[in-house]
Design a protein around this ligand. Structure first.
Ligand code: ATP
Length: 230
């Protein structure tokens, strides 16, 4: 080994691209998987971390299925894809009592723990339109890149409107699917058009209708075996 290579131990190390996919995942469904797979391919990601939220700040009134079940379903869905990782980053600290986590803190924690990785945050267009209501959202827009998936009923051109003008970068991209900010980039993922939602899955189960094909096979088995959403 030369002295030059000793001084540059990471010169040739691969910089990992990691996406953080936060959600309630009540339950995880085919739309989530389609988004993660499309993002994986398009951005050559090394990993997608699925982060079920103990209690999302914007869903404090809705009754959520206990974290442990939502996490189990995420883990079962991830077991079918080697790049998908179930994350306990927003697990309730004492195991049960819901705890509110803020995305800015989760992203900062990942960055602190993996300073050499490049982070993206994955979300649907409906969620990104709400971003001005999130804690420290201006800091969040600086903290990582974003992959925002189209969702039926939401116009992607509206996404620009929620970005404060002073956050926009000086250079304008000719790529219509890219919004360049001063410190980050918002990528629009337009290739996914899944109508599935957790709400629909829950409603179908309440009415004893089939959810076959709407959730991964192992998740369907788990839901039926545990008699969830009845
Ligand atoms: P609910 O119906 O309970 O509100 P949901 O189906 O939106 O749930 P979440 O767990 O809240 O599921 O979603 C996590 C993230 O995935 C959000 O950013 C949401 O916008 C996105 N997402 C969910 N379903 C789709 C879909 N079919 N297409 C694109 N993005 C989606």
């Amino acid at each position: 080994m030369t002295s030059a290579s000793l001084h540059k131990p990471h010169a040739h190390a691969h910089r990992r691209s990691v996406a953080l996919f936060g959600g309630t995942f009540d339950p995880i469904h085919a739309g989530h998987i389609a988004v993660a797979q499309a993002a994986l391919r398009r951005f050559h990601l090394d990993a997608v971390h699925f982060i079920p939220s103990s209690r999302p700040p914007h869903k404090t009134k809705q009754a959520l299925t206990p974290f442990i079940h939502r996490y189990a379903m995420v883990a079962l869905a991830c077991s079918e894809h080697k790049e998908f990782i179930p994350s306990l980053a927003e697990a309730p600290p004492d195991g049960t009592a819901p705890h509110v986590f803020y995305t800015i803190d989760t992203v900062r924690r990942y960055r602190r723990e993996h300073p050499d990785d490049h982070f993206y945050f994955i979300g649907g267009a409906d969620q990104f339109l709400e971003i001005p209501t999130w804690r420290s959202y201006e800091a969040l827009l600086d903290a990582c890149d974003f992959i925002i998936a189209s969702r039926p009923g939401f116009r992607l051109d509206a996404l620009r409107l929620v970005i404060p003008p002073e956050k926009l970068g000086r250079t304008h991209s000719n790529d219509p699917n890219k919004i360049v900010l001063r410190k980050s980039v918002v990528h629009l993922l337009t290739t996914v058009a899944s109508h599935v939602s957790s709400t629909e899955v829950r409603h179908r189960l309440e009415k004893h209708q089939s959810i076959h094909g709407l959730v991964p096979g192992r998740v369907e088995e788990y839901i039926l075996g545990q008699a969830l959403y009845r």
